[in-house]
Design a protein. Sequence first.
Length: 257
Amino acid sequence: MADPRRVEFGDFLRSRREKLTPKSVGLPAGSRRRTAGLRREEVAQLAGIGVDWYIRLEQGRTVSPSVTTVDALARALRLSKTEHAHLKALARDGDRRAFTREIVPPSIRRMIESLNQPAYITGRRWDVLAWNDAAEEVFAFGQLPERDRNTLLLVMTDKQRRKLYGAGWTDIAKGMVAMFRATHDVWAGDPAFAELLARLRQGSPEFVKWWEAHDVRGTISGRKTMSHPTLGVLNFEHTSFQANDDPALKLVIYTPV
């Protein structure tokens, strides 16, 4: 059975290859092309590796590319810093333990409860694990079943959350899908991630479209404007931090602006 992480590695290579043109990498256009992007042999040529070897990588075969090969592929495919880091993460033989829901230490719970601005803690799978009163007033996490307290699931499949972000929903949601892609691929094949992915696919046609593009991006701070049904228009600046107690835990804070 194919290693799910290797499958994602190959799919990511293919998605980046199809976004390039010969002109963008300094190659002649040549004869008419039946498919979008570069040919596999052109990527292999640019990376300085064998065509058969590249094909095996793109097919998700159980092969282990060296750091040098991964770096050469990143240069050939003109990957961004974030994309390069993602490719390296997928190439590593990582921890194969099954995902388990994280536990928030009492000290971190007390810290977010002391904050006046909305704040909450998420885990690797983006499950909301703890939040304060200000976050409850805005996001109403406590009114949801535990299995539904997931930031990506709520933004993509909950109609009320979609209304909350108004005209800005598309940019916010698309960006979140790309950020989650970077996390998911490292956990590809894990039952907990597979279950969440199935719910997202079933509940959102936009998610399916953006997911297949296989774009990745890092976590960034920014601003969000929300149209809350009882609080009115809210403008926030949001940022996130990793916890030293457990790097899987992420603190998200919304500061009114």
